[in-house]
Design a protein around this ligand. Sequence first.
Ligand SMILES: CC(C)(COP(=O)(O)OP(=O)(O)OC[C@H]1O[C@@H](n2cnc3c(N)ncnc32)[C@H](O)[C@@H]1OP(=O)(O)O)[C@@H](O)C(=O)NCCC(=O)NCCSC(=O)C[C@](C)(O)C(=O)O
Ligand SMILES: [Mg+2]
Length: 348
Amino acid sequence: MPLMRNARSFFAPLAIGAPDPVRAIPVTPSRMIHFFDPSNEKLRGKVPDMARSADILLGNLEDAVAADKKEAARAGLVEVGRTADLGGTPLWTRINALESPWALDDLVTLVTEIGDVLDVVMVPKVEGAEDIHYVDRLLAQLEARAGLSRPVLVHAILETAQGVANVEEIANASPRMQGISLGPADLAASRRMKTTRVGGGHPGYRVLADPGDERPSYQQDLWHYTVGRMVDACAAAGIFPYYGPFGDIKDEAGCEAQFRAAYLMGCVGAWSLHPVQIGIAKRVFSPDVEEVRFARRVLEAIPDGSGVHMLDGKMQDDATYKQARVLVDLAELLAKKDPELATAYGLS
Ligand SMILES: CC(C)(COP(=O)(O)OP(=O)(O)OC[C@H]1O[C@@H](n2cnc3c(N)ncnc32)[C@H](O)[C@@H]1OP(=O)(O)O)[C@@H](O)C(=O)NCCC(=O)NCCSC(=O)C[C@](C)(O)C(=O)O
Ligand SMILES: [Mg+2]
């Protein structure tokens, strides 16, 4: 694996005067990364509202922002970073692709002007560790020059076949790596998949039962394989996986089903492209009240996590204790942010 840095240098700053890299990625509520176009003045005015309802707010500079709006979007995000009251909600950005004419100015301007309030830079179309290494060194130089005391983290989008082939080395490329999101539209194009959708299923991708009187047939999840690889790569590297966007805004049930499959497989959140998807993500990525209740009973039944126990006819041991911990830890994290959830979980 071309990681380049060895075990001793991995946590050394990459520029003189740059802040020390973080040892652990902060765990904060991140059920949805809410996308908005910072070139849109009306949307900039709604930032405080958006920040109240979303877990993470992301000013998008890449695709979906027209070429003649790129500079206005960058300037709009600087304005948001300098003036908007985000009430503690993390501010992220998605910069333009590294080969584009805008990426360098995106990084230089944003880190220089608002590096102290910018938590994470999402890098699109990452193909391998070398893309992360480039951003890593440049961020360190910019942080040192701006006198920042805390490093900006990096999030990669998995949206090329080469990126998927290199997902483990991407996840491990730098201590800045915060997480990875699936980019299903670019990935579909890169793989020559025959879909025109942004995420979600396809009626043609299904399994048919053997010939018989009836031949039930079910749609399968086109993204199962990639999400599985992404979740394992992230968990193994100590960073966080996210399902990306669901482009059919009107299909709320489809969005909910796709988000839920990703949640159950280990993703911590998804993207919201429209306000309606914030509510969907909140529902899906907050653990079910009954499951949390059961998980707490498991923890109470085996306080030290050892031995074997029966609960409602179900075997409990050290492994189920760990599963219960995942759910209860998440419930406790979300309850601190959301009083309604705290009440529902009995944690208020
Ligand atoms: C889909 C669109 C065009 C529908 O926009 P619309 O105006 O038609 O929707 P609407 O339902 O009519 O809007 C209702 C209200 O919600 C507002 N609104 C609408 N959206 C938002 C928003 N995000 N945040 C905050 N407010 C929003 C909108 O301004 C309006 O407010 P108003 O009633 O006051 O006029 C619009 O929602 C939008 O532009 N969303 C963001 C799209 C985006 O960021 N795309 C890029 C990410 S996906 C991607 O790049 C792929 C990937 C990963 O790279 C890869 O798979 O390869
Ligand atoms: Mg894309």
